[in-house]
Ligand binder design. Structure first.
Ligand SMILES: CC(C)(COP(=O)(O)OP(=O)(O)OC[C@H]1O[C@@H](n2cnc3c(N)ncnc32)[C@H](O)[C@@H]1OP(=O)(O)O)[C@@H](O)C(=O)NCCC(=O)NCCS
Length: 332
């Protein structure tokens, strides 16, 4: 389906929030059988943030959203649509987006969650771009937010070293003349690979009961090597599609903002896209993998650090459980 539409959609503001508490690899290795050397050489991660007790996904989401709204110059009451991408909602129902709407006082907004794991923020971007370009909504607040520390098995060294907590947000709205635009978007799913990365318990298929409560079933479970292979292939394909659809060449891209899961995956993507490493934004050494929040936090940091300016072309590309993947090409 063509992406051409009468109403162009721009990213008017970004924001992010990271909890205060830092958990370094060294601290982790005092209670898990691992080392800073193993984690850093295999993943590029040095530390991650951990939400405080009583600090939920909706709290982090709301703080990131407030910063994005401030940058966009929009009041919460003006927001018409809120989409929260998360796999670690405050509650199974209602949606975390409803708590965010209440916390922000965004009383006019329709609010719902989407569950597409690490790809969720770019799924939300594509959905809200369509909603705005169709004329159904004037603007949207999209948020990736996760409290993964509540869903990892802190005794499983193969997974617990990888993840962290945080939130990132962006405000999208109809663009005026000369403003930026989301040029092309892509998303994909392969439901044959649900077994590679999942949280098996806590849903209707496997409720947590008194009999299985000690089995860590409501924790992330992953076949890391398999995930790695698919991540590189799918991210490359998705990025290439949006680059081609936006009419860009690798040398036109000021900044690639990939999902922040593993530095070796990021390097492989940069290599395959023929974009030099200094134009690829990386912050996973500070935060680990924050799933749906990761690309949103990276977008905000890259924006605030001036990694691109008005008119520059940037590419976002992500991959996650499902398996899911997505990409977007944006003129800033
Ligand atoms: C998870 C990942 C870093 C593991 O790296 P790997 O090179 O595949 O490592 P393996 O799982 O083969 O484990 C190698 C060894 O290290 C050990 N190991 C695993 N985790 C460890 C840890 N935290 N510390 C020390 N040793 C560890 C394993 O037990 C294994 O030991 P063995 O050879 O004695 O059996 C890597 O597969 C990866 O990054 N995959 C992608 C994951 C991802 O991005 N997921 C999110 C997608 S959104």
């Amino acid at each position: 389906m063509s992406e051409a539409s009468a109403i162009e959609v721009c990213i008017a503001g970004t924001g992010s929030y990271l909890p205060e508490k830092i958990l370094t690899n060294e601290e982790l290795s005092t209670f898990v059988d691992t080392t800073d050397e193993w984690i850093f050489t295999r993943t590029g991660i040095k530390e991650r943030r951990i939400a405080a007790e009583g600090e939920f996904t909706s709290h982090m989401a709301s703080k990131a959203a407030e910063r994005a709204l401030e940058q966009a110059g929009l009041a919460a009451e003006e927001i018409e649509l809120i989409i929260v991408a998360t796999i670690t909602p405050d509650t199974l129902t209602p949606a975390t987006a409803c708590y965010v709407q209440q916390k922000l006082g965004a009383n006019k907004a329709v609010a719902f969650d989407i569950s597409a794991a690490c790809s969720g923020f770019l799924y939300a971007m594509k959905i809200s771009k369509r909603m705005i370009s169709s004329g159904a909504f004037k603007n949207a607040l999209i948020i990736g937010a996760e409290k993964l520390s509540a869903f990892v098995n802190w005794e499983d060294r193969a997974t617990c070293v990888l993840f962290g907590d945080g939130a990132g947000a962006a405000v999208l709205r109809a663009a005026g003349p000369g403003e930026g635009a989301i040029l092309a978007t892509e998303m994909g799913t392969d439901g044959n690979l649900t077994h590679l990365l999942n949280i098996p318990g806590g849903g209707s298929a496997c409720p947590i009961t008194i009999n299985n409560a000690g089995d860590h079933l409501a924790s992330l479970s992953m076949l890391g090597k398999e995930v790695f292979k698919h991540a590189v292939n799918r991210m490359k394909e998705a990025a290439e599609k949006v680059i081609a659809r936006a009419g860009l060449e690798p040398e036109d891209i000021a900044c690639v903002i990939p999902h922040q899961a593993n530095l070796r995956i990021i390097d492989a993507i940069a290599d395959r896209l023929a974009v030099p490493n200094d134009r690829v934004f990386v912050n996973l050494h500070k935060y680990g993998n924050t799933s749906a929040a990761a690309v949103a936090i990276a977008l905000d940091e890259a924006n605030r650090e001036g990694k691109f300016k008005r008119g520059d072309k940037i590419v976002l590309v992500v991959f996650g459980a499902g398996l899911t993947w997505a990409a977007a090409a944006v003129r800033w």
